[in-house]
Design a protein around this ligand. Structure first.
Ligand code: HEC
Ligand code: HEC
Length: 388
């Protein structure tokens, strides 16, 4: 597929549009109440959740600090119903002969790899990428991932990923790496696990996706007009607003699951999906809200980085992650997804599994194990995953 076709396919998949006689479509669950708080919040946590909820849904205006360049004007445009998409981020990177290793010279994207097509006065243009087909340029897409269930990811005990990485290294089938940040903390958020907390992610998203600066991310992103500010002078958001959005994300409940089949779970292990999509990790004793403390976070991820091979590579080296690496995608809430994988290229679960296969992918053995299962077992496994 050409990059442009890929972009389009990802965008269509993310919106749940498109059609044709492709594989069985994803289960779409629209009646469950997302956007609800978890049980047992304190009055303060509930109040923060409500304030953050409103900010997450707000369409920001230029006079509130939107821009000078931006990708979308609201968190919810890329995380509709706290789920995936329909908005997405386009990226472009100069790569070497293998098609994914970043080239030393990134001057084709002088303002960084992220495309920011929209702008507000006084800016006169957005940040665009050179045309498709420019030699040595890799264009890629990231669909906004689901943001529900992320409180559990934040609550996971700091030592869990390292424990699992050690076990993986002993078993020798996959070799996850702990996403350590430069300051020693565990990277948990972002498709390449480059950020430690939900509050920091919110600040990063406000700035990078919307051009809204805050105390944690005080400088506007680089732009072709060389503007260091927008229509709202100085820092656009106060820290309390960013903390409220963090509190909202942290306290988002996941609707209860029903009808989980133990046979599906056993097959999930037999096909070695659980090597990376570890069903549950321990949470910290002091995690907040209280319901997240000292419990099992059923996120279906080891929170480790894995080499997923050349086929899924997007060329981005971020923090501890290399150009072919991705954090094991948490499968929590998968039943709400309209498309899968970082760019939404998979339109069915079966496609998503087969696309784990690639030159050098750590998941090749797991795809082999999946394909070796009798058809009825494959179906039971996919049914199990499709209900998570
Ligand atoms: C233009 C689309 C877009 C907008 C607008 C956007 N996001 Fe995102 N969001 C993404 C993408 C793409 C990713 C994956 C980014 C990465 O890997 O770094 C992401 C990742 C996240 C994550 C991490 C999820 C995980 O599994 O690690 C959180 C939390 C999040 N966004 C919250 C927000 C908040 C809060 C806002 C508003 C301030 C926001 N996003 C605005 C597209 C968007
Ligand atoms: C080597 C580790 C590894 C193994 C083994 C593995 N996965 Fe994954 N899985 C990942 C990573 C990493 C991603 C994210 C890749 C991307 O976004 O491009 C992912 C993504 C997914 C997704 C898409 C989720 C989303 O958010 O879009 C599904 C579904 C999935 N895996 C199911 C499975 C199943 C079922 C199996 C077993 C047959 C399996 N995986 C085996 C690492 C693994």
């Amino acid at each position: 597929m050409t990059p442009r076709a890929l972009t389009l396919a990802a965008a269509l998949a993310a919106t749940g549009c498109g059609g044709g006689d492709g594989p069985v479509p994803l289960r779409l669950v629209l009646d469950d109440p997302t956007d609800a708080p978890m049980r047992g919040l304190s009055a303060d946590e509930q109040a923060g959740f409500d304030r953050g909820d409103a900010l997450f849904a707000r369409q920001y205006l230029p006079t509130q600090g939107l821009g000078p360049v931006f990708v979308r004007a609201s968190c919810a445009s890329c995380h509709a119903g706290d789920g995936r998409g329909p908005g997405f981020v386009e990226r472009a990177i100069a790569v070497g002969a293998d098609g994914y290793t970043p080239a030393p010279d990134q001057s084709v994207m002088p303002f960084g790899p992220v495309v920011r097509p929209y702008f507000v006065a006084p800016a006169t243009r957005g940040v665009e990428a050179p045309a498709e087909g420019t030699p040595g340029l890799l264009r890629s897409v990231r669909v906004g991932p689901a943001v529900f269930g992320r409180g559990w990811i934040e609550a996971v005990d700091e030592s869990e990923p390292a424990r699992i990485a050690a076990a993986q290294s002993l078993a020798g089938r996959v070799r996850g790496r702990v996403p350590r940040l430069a300051d020693g903390r565990l990277g948990r958020f972002g498709l390449k696990a480059r950020i430690a907390t939900l509050e920091e992610f919110a600040a990063d998203a406000f700035r990078g996706d919307m051009g809204l600066t805050s105390p944690l991310a005080p400088t506007e992103v680089a732009n072709a007009d060389g503007l260091a500010d927008d229509q709202r002078p100085g820092i656009d958001l106060d820290q309390a607003s960013v903390s409220d959005v963090g509190a909202y994300l942290r306290a988002l409940a996941l609707p209860r699951r029903e009808g989980i089949d133990p046979r599906g779970r056993a097959l999930f292990e037999r096909a070695r999906c659980s090597d990376c999509h570890v069903p549950a990790l321990r949470t910290r004793a002091d995690a907040r809200p209280a319901v997240l403390a000292s419990t099992e976070a059923e996120i279906y991820s080891d929170l480790l980085l894995h080499d997923m091979g050349a086929g899924l590579a997007d060329g981005a080296a971020e923090g501890a992650a290399g150009p072919r690496d991705w954090r094991t995608a948490p499968l929590i809430g998968l039943r709400f997804f309209r498309s899968m994988l970082h760019d939404g290229r998979a339109r069915s679960l079966e496609e998503a599994v087969r696309m784990h296969r690639g030159d050098g992918s750590e998941a090749n053995g797991s795809v082999d194990a999946f394909e070796a299962l009798p058809a009825a077992d494959r179906a039971a496994l996919l049914d199990y995953v499709g209900r998570l």
